[in-house]
Design a protein. Structure first.
Length: 164
């Protein structure tokens, strides 16, 4: 199974591709960038096109998308929501199953603690994927974490279904 994780953003959109066979392994990760000087609709179009190209290149079986964190900065959450909607549309147009995870769920599944910081998360991504270095930039590492979260949650759901 191949999962493409997405860390949405309207300037930097992280993606991470993870294969699950016997073990998890990283296929690739990166960041799609759009200049903050460009109008938001053009940025979203650039990011959409890049994500569609990533789907074509990596042929994922499923897509896992991080939901926006609604903190004190509503404007930022709204912008990330736009990027999330664009990622949903890109995946839906490819008829891919889409799964959603909150930042706390991702941290809980990957690091075992829902309040983990970025450095802890990056180290856990490195360890779980057997990488020699922490994936960079952090948007790409976050997207890998979303993919790992989905794999861990899917394993848990299968195990729970077997128990009942």
């Amino acid at each position: 199974m191949r999962i493409l994780g997405v860390d949405p953003g309207t300037i930097n959109l992280g993606y991470g591709v993870v294969d699950l066979k016997e073990e998890m392994s990283m296929v690739d990760c990166g960041v799609l960038n759009a200049s903050h000087k460009v109008p938001v609709e053009e940025r979203l179009h650039l990011l959409y096109t890049g994500l569609v190209e990533a789907f074509a290149r990596y042929q994922p079986d499923e897509v896992a998308i991080e939901e926006p964190f609604i903190g004190h900065n509503v404007r930022s959450a709204f912008a990330i929501g736009r990027a999330q909607a664009m990622a949903i549309l890109a995946a839906a147009n490819q008829q891919l199953p889409i799964y959603y995870y909150s930042p706390t769920q991702v941290k809980q599944q990957v690091a075992g603690y829902g309040q983990s910081d970025k450095q802890q998360m990056q180290e856990m991504v490195k360890m779980q994927l057997g990488l020699s270095q922490v994936p960079q930039p952090y948007d790409a590492a976050d997207a890998l974490a979303v993919a790992i979260c989905h794999i861990q949650q899917s394993r848990l759901n299968r195990w729970l279904a077997e128990v009942h």
